[in-house]
Design a protein around this ligand. Sequence first.
Ligand code: ADP
Ligand code: MG
Length: 338
Amino acid sequence: MTPGVQPEAEFRSAVARLLEVSASALTFTSLSGGVSSDIWRVDTAGASYCAKCALPRLKVTALWEAPTARNAEEVRWLRTVRPWIGEQAAEVIAADEQRGIAVLAWYDPQRWRNWKVELLSGRVSIELAGRLGRLLGTIARLGAERQDLACSFDNQTLFEALRIDPFFRHLLTRYPVVATLIAELEEQQNTLIHGDFSPKNILVDDKGDIRILDAECATWGCAGFDPGYLLAHLLLKLEHTGNRALLSAAKHFWQCYLMETRRPDRVRNQAHPLLKEQDLARQVSLTLAGVLLARVDGKSTVDYLTDTQQRSVRARALTLLSQPPLAVTSLLNDWLAL
Ligand SMILES: Nc1ncnc2c1ncn2[C@@H]1O[C@H](COP(=O)(O)OP(=O)(O)O)[C@@H](O)[C@H]1O
Ligand SMILES: [Mg+2]
């Protein structure tokens, strides 16, 4: 929280309009934590909310600009998946598409903790990782059955600006092998993806309940992207902390994801795109490797790895990019020896 900072009058009135109250009835408290939006806790006499406003320039050292229309895409993603995963998707109370403002339910930090913080503090629940695998698997499976979403979430331009360019194209001159990953992400699009499915965008409580936030990069995209992205973040934290429970969590996450995407009681169409395990494994492995590389040599680098750890991550990422394994399970089983 940043005490004393107050929003501009126009933003205040826009939030008041969305909540159908007078601006003077609202108290705003600025929250730190995000890099791509201004985030506020908003209190009325009877309730609290979270107001999120997309920034045209991200709060990272390198120049990284992005269209503010991404706020409306987050809102649409949250609303689309809510019938599939229920309240595990953050609740959208109201949104102003033109201004790029979303008002969400308030998830009180007294109860809800950021999963990244939990993992880095050594609180690694394997069971929770499995639940996240099933949750993401459900979205991937149901998304793939909704061809209409290919049109309504045709956000490739946004995905290029927020993910492919800054994470991967940025690395091409130094590592030409990244071209394989870019081609995969641009050509293999088969379901609805979140696009930033990392522990920092997941809130958890003591009971293991989950709230997914921050779907600004949502698009019809490559199924392997979301699981690959999450696995990369778990493996980066493993590198940093040496806590083997993170590897167990990664393995369980993947097993549950895979089981959920191919449940025989749910998937009747044998041509379902997620059933081709080798394709999925290639997408996941390439994404995982690309994200690892981007997090050590890209625009938005992790702040917690030593030079030696960075070298080790880089070497493994380059091996995977040039020879993606045929199964993610073997990649994870061999991870420590890679
Ligand atoms: N609905 C919410 N309730 C409570 N806190 C929230 C909510 N949404 C976001 N936050 C807080 O703000 C941080 C950044 O939010 P996020 O949606 O991830 O924005 P950014 O796009 O800037 O990363 C979260 O990690 C969380 O601490
Ligand atoms: Mg975030």
